[in-house]
Design a protein around this ligand. Sequence first.
Ligand code: BG6
Length: 454
Amino acid sequence: MSDEDYKKRISAYFKHIDSDEDKAIKQKFLDNCSYISGQYDTDDGYIELNKHIRKLEDSMGVANRDRLFYLALPPSVFAVVSAHLRRNVYPNDEGTVRVIIEKPFGHDLESSQELQMQLEPIWEESEIFRIDHYLGKEMVKNILILRFGNLFFSSSWNNRTISNVQISFKEPFGTQGRGGYFDSIGIIRDVMQNHLLQVLSLIAMERPVSFDAEDIRDEKVKLLKAIDPLTLDDVVLGQYVKSEDGKEPAYTDDETVPKGSRAVTFAALGLQIHNERWEGVPFILRAGKALDEAKVEIRIQFKDVAKGIFKNIPRNELVIRVQPEEAIYLKLNTKYPGLTTRTVITDLDLTYHSRYENLKIPEAYEALILDALKGDHSNFVRNDELDVSWQLFSPLLHKIDDDPTIIPEPYPYGSRGPKSVSKFLADRGYVRDKEGLYQWPITKPDAAQDVTET
Ligand code: BG6
């Protein structure tokens, strides 16, 4: 590719370029980009790259030759590229280096540690930024503030008041065309061991002594160490089949998927955290492709209030909607207005787009690349954190990979997932609202809701 081809290629990804001013900004950005090509495993390209960067630094008169390398590459070449960068493009004592690496960080504990061992002699841990883009999402970054900045949440955040916690990831499309990549990975490695477990750590960890990266990551590691390794009894596994109307394909219809594949495209997983705060509270991670909607949310369901004056009053739930339509809402019961003592379920609703004018929420990668430029590791994954997360998941993953009798439960494309999930959730204490009792967002507060007799 030539420099010009490269710019043409990235130009396709600019959004909202409407006015002349936008066009000028875009052009300025492109003028700041250059493309240098080379082979992963020979010095020439890297030497060329170093010369080019030096020329730019000199023309800009920069004081320090600080450099950030973003290795958006297959993990199999992380080590070889790192070694060449270290040898040819490292600024030595003229500046600092930051290296961003993308998942997958291995396939299991062993391969992750092997990758780590390859990188260890090349980069300091302080130079490495393992990116998990869920940590850059606005609502995920909000968790610590919400929990520790509000006494009524922090004081009820425990097994005395919370019944169960669910972290769900739903995608309405399958793996079409990406099946070849997905097949050996499956949804547990793709989304749960990293994105959802990171969210769980932030929801469940203890208060860090400061917002410093190491203080936050220390707490996450401590939390992960309190979780039991997962077994088959803790999971429901699924694979999507054709949609009920026959229009959408089954996972195995994808030509890039091996015949008879047992790949897991849906999983629900129940975890127990053995510490004083959480003993007895099930944490449920759910993730699936080809489901009925696009949604990522955290649902904290509180316990029942004492009976007596109430019959069958719904539970409180705090929901953090990560995407789409960022929101936080708290489901609660109030008196139905008027000359009655009936209760109605309603909510306190902080929907970002209604609360904040001209809201522009940065993309996760936007936020994280900026953090890396500033050298802030808080929202990146530390090596010991990675080890503990693989320790939790590896025995289960090996069992699923190696035992041909484990067949995921089929669910139709576009459905809510495998049938047995409802029972799985109920067994873990989740109580579903009576159908139609409450729907978020509430559009017609009177009509949309039923009232329960007290
Ligand atoms: C990626 C997974 O890490 O996250 C994909 O590999 C998944 O399979 C994606 O679709 C989801 O990210 P987002 O930001 O669209 O929720």
